[in-house]
Design a protein around this ligand. Structure first.
Ligand code: PLP
Length: 349
């Protein structure tokens, strides 16, 4: 009974691809013509038994490695107690504990509050809702090349038409894009700040802008870190005009950039931070973390969703935070980053 399960039929990647193409709409893309059989740490085995080094990590998700034993154990334990109550109906301590830990870890000294959702796009949607509720303003500014998800506000904030926005408009109004500072494209931080000032003169007055959304390191935009001084200048500009600074850390968070939050490198306290991806170690969970007073702007019942903060995903996320600490993954991320940079710079030379 306990002998390893023998495979009765072998399927090839191309057979599965044929079924996939017949069964799924073409809008769901696929980066590699592979179907996973299993995965462990940094490796994936496909259905044909080939072993791959997974540089994609599920798009920056399994920062703690595929199937980290502590994440799997935590999820398994939760699966055997309860899998769902809907937090807004019957609450559970682990959800509160995860929010407490995110509040304590978030950059800056202002007291924080957090709540949980399922995906990065959902976190972005909620950040928009909170920013509008807290400021009573409607305008939003984001950056060219930025990516914020595939929901309506996520797409509207995204600064890249193909393939994310094509055929899906019109998008919500009052959303404006300015160039992201990027030396390779000849855009300096002065250019970006000047573009925002120009918006205030030509398109929307500063006093109607609720928030500026920025990825501290653009992901889809080409892995471009914002220059060190830029986020500080953005923070100052936001303070001058009463605009909220939203750091979209869906991709940059949870040790990927050498800190729990990439914003920590900039010594800047965002008003709201969106998190997802690495937080669940492969389980779907996301969070909105922000200054307590701002986060309390929405009325009771205005935030949440049926599965938001699902207890199995929460258990995984708590284990992820433990693993990041225990295995010093922030430090490791810095070491690996430096090693890769040195290697690539040598190749470039
Ligand atoms: C910066 C950023 N924001 C939001 C999202 C959307 O997250 P999700 O795909 O979980 O909805 C992504 C996903 O790649 C992202 O990189």
């Amino acid at each position: 009974m306990n002998a390893p399960k023998e495979k009765l039929s072998f399927k090839t990647n191309s057979e599965l691809m044929a079924r996939r193409l017949a069964a799924l709409p073409k809008g769901v893309g696929q980066g590699h013509a592979l179907f996973a059989e299993r995965a462990e740490n940094a490796e994936i085995w496909d259905v044909e038994g080939r072993r791959w080094i997974d540089f994609c990590a599920g798009i920056a998700v399994v920062n703690t490695g595929h199937c980290h034993p502590r994440v799997v154990d935590a999820a398994r334990q939760q699966l055997s107690t309860f899998t769902h109550t809907c937090f807004q109906v019957v609450a559970y301590e682990s959800y509160v504990e995860l929010c407490e830990r995110l509040n304590a870890a978030a950059p800056g000294s202002t007291p924080k509050k957090s709540f949980l959702v399922n995906t990065g796009a959902e976190a972005v949607e909620n950040a928009v809702k909170i920013a509008r509720a807290a400021t009573g303003r409607s305008g939003l500014i984001a950056f060219g090349g930025g990516f914020h998800g595939r929901t309506m506000f996520g797409m509207a904030l995204t600064g890249k038409i193909a393939p994310y926005k094509i055929k899906f408009g019109p998008f919500p109004g009052e959303i404006f894009h300015v160039p992201f500072p990027n030396a390779l494209q000849g855009v300096s931080e002065e250019d970006s700040i000047a573009a925002i000032e120009r918006l205030f003169a030509t398109s929307i007055e500063a006093s109607r802008v609720a928030a500026i959304f920025i990825e501290p390191v653009q992901g889809e935009g080409g892995y471009v870190p914002a220059p060190l001084g830029f986020l500080r200048r953005l923070r100052a500009l936001c303070d001058t005009h009463g605009i909220l600074l939203v750091a979209d850390e869906v991709q940059t968070g949870v040790a990927r950039c050498g800190r729990l939050f990439a914003s920590e490198h900039y010594d800047v306290e965002p008003d709201i931070i969106t998190m997802a991806k690495g937080l669940g170690g492969g389980l779907p969970i996301a969070a909105v973390v922000g200054k307590a007073q701002i986060m309390d702007a929405a009325d009771v019942g205005g935030l949440g969703s049926t599965y938001a903060g699902n207890p199995v995903a929460v258990a995984g996320a708590l284990a992820v935070l433990d693993v990041v600490e225990a295995e010093k993954l922030c430090e490791r991320s810095m070491v690996l980053g430096e090693r890769m940079r040195a290697r690539f710079e040598a190749m470039q030379a």
